[in-house]
Design a protein around this ligand. Structure first.
Ligand SMILES: [Zn+2]
Length: 482
């Protein structure tokens, strides 16, 4: 099994693809840039959906569904939006054997169709806030694709909310940014930097884009979720007004926020190793796999013992028993390591006699003997410890790969070694930002909260822009990104 996976040190990019393909998470589709999400990959997506959906509901949101096809004229209503998305659109011009009167765009995102409906649904301040999310697929014609990280069609959720005031919209934007941050850190065990995007990196049609950025094991950054304050841009484009409490008419304030199947790529890249996938227990579709070890004469007794253990654990764990006798235990061990199941339980005839089991951690390979009677409590504690250790390991990696540049020459040097995130003063000028991108391939990943736009500039005070030398309004985090 393991021989099929290229070591990270040899070729990180190939290592990632080997894991996705060999662990059967996804496969290439007949149409270039599209992917098939296989059952094991989809099970991971379901865990992500369940976790996020619960958090959306806790914060007052409800789910709905809007159509895949959007009249082309809708996309053109918001100037920045059409400019940003035009190069990525797929357009339906023929249907039912005839040329359509108006071409239909396959949704790259749903602001336009949703705001065309909000115009019907919102009349008064009593209709606000409107807090709707949808789980769906979207399509963006990408030139360079990579399984999960960037595909032409992908699955995501997109929240679209409408508010009576600018302050409420900003509050919602930050609330959802924090939902993404908590999900990444607590479920995925991936530490993230939360902050604002620069003007050049913001969503097409937004006033302000907030994001969470995660660091992968090759030192590249991955944007893992975005939350946009759309101001009144879409309300103006679709003429959505409401009667305020003071009986005046105002345009509605909006937000949108999304996270996608890209999160699966983030989890793989943040934790996995040369043996395969490493999954944080909270996200793992299977937390514990039981592998009985037997010969012909002990098969019946050991299997019965293992089934008993499975039944004991089943109410509290996502547990799998593999008592198939076609494959050897050794084959099973490497297979479940490849699949990233957090804990493997081995039971042989001698363990059975002693009333014990062997628990093997996927993250460290550490073996522990546990009395069967204590198994539920001890295994739960072990899974909690794996979850916490993976987060701490990723956090340490990020600390070791975060540095501060005082000069432009230093920025370029630090981006190569140690790589990762490099903090530096930035004046806020797009020309300085573009120079860095052109010369180093690094972009401003985020202006961390506390020093970002629309916030106090304390983080940048006293420092200078490392590109032009003017006073820096910001401390920006630079990095090369997926
Ligand atoms: Zn500058």
């Amino acid at each position: 099994m393991a021989e099929k996976i290229t070591p990270r040190a040899k070729d990180y990019s190939q290592w990632y693809i080997d894991i996705v393909i060999n662990a059967k998470l996804a496969d290439y589709a007949p149409v270039k840039g599209c992917m098939v999400i296989r059952p094991r990959g989809y099970a991971l997506w379901e865990r992500i959906q369940q976790g996020l959906d619960g958090m959306f509901k806790e914060t007052g949101h409800v789910n709905a569904y809007f159509p895949l096809l959007i009249p082309e004229s809708f996309i053109k209503k918001e100037a920045e939006h059409v400019e940003g998305f035009s190069p990525e659109l797929a357009v339906v011009t023929h249907a039912g054997g005839e040329k359509l009167e108006e071409p239909l765009v396959i949704r790259p995102t749903s602001e336009t169709i949703i705001w065309s409906m909000y115009k019907k649904w919102i009349q008064s301040y009593r209709d606000l806030p409107l807090l709707i999310n949808q789980w769906c697929n979207v399509l963006r014609w990408e030139k360079r694709t990579r399984l999960f990280l960037r595909t032409t069609e992908f699955l995501w959720q997109e929240g679209h909310t409408a508010h009576a005031t600018a302050a409420e919209a900003e509050e919602e934007t930050l609330r959802m940014l924090d939902v993404y941050r908590r999900f990444a850190e607590e479920h995925m065990a991936v530490p993230v930097l939360a902050g604002v995007k620069s003007e050049s990196e913001k969503f097409a049609g937004a006033v302000r884009t907030y994001c969470i950025e995660a660091l992968m094991q090759d030192g590249k950054s991955l944007q893992a979720g975005t939350s946009h304050n759309l101001g009144q841009n879409f309300a103006k484009a679709f003429d959505v007004t409401f009667q305020t409490k003071d009986k005046t008419l105002d345009h509605v304030w909006a937000t949108s926020w999304g996270a996608s199947t890209r999160l699966i790529g983030a989890v793989i890249m943040a934790h996995s190793d040369d043996k395969g996938l490493v999954l944080p227990p909270r996200l793992a579709p299977t937390e514990v796999v039981i592998v009985p070890i037997f010969k012909n004469e002990t098969k019946e007794a050991v299997t019965a013992f293992a089934r008993n253990l499975r039944d004991t654990l089943a109410p509290g764990f996502r547990v799998l028993l593999d008592d198939d006798d076609q494959n050897t235990p050794g084959w099973k061990f490497s297979e479940y390591e490849l699949q990233g199941i957090p804990v493997r339980v081995e039971i042989g005839p001698r363990d059975m006699e002693k009333g014990q089991l062997v628990a093997v951690r996927r993250d460290t390979g550490e073996k522990t003997f546990l009395p069967v009677a204590e198994a539920p409590a001890k295994l739960r504690a072990m899974l909690d410890d794996i979850q916490a250790s993976l987060f701490q390991k990723a956090l340490k990696f990020r600390k070791d790969h975060t540095s501060r540049a005082a000069t432009y020459a230093e920025l370029a040097k630090l981006l190569d070694d140690p790589g990762g995130f490099v903090e530096a003063g930035w004046c806020g000028d797009a020309a300085c930002e573009a120079k860095v991108k052109e010369e180093t391939k690094a972009t401003i990943r985020v202006l961390p909260l506390g020093s970002g736009e629309g916030r106090s500039a304390q983080g940048g005070q006293g420092s200078t822009c490392i590109i032009c030398g003017k006073n820096a309004g910001h401390i920006a985090v630079f990095g090369r990104a997926y």
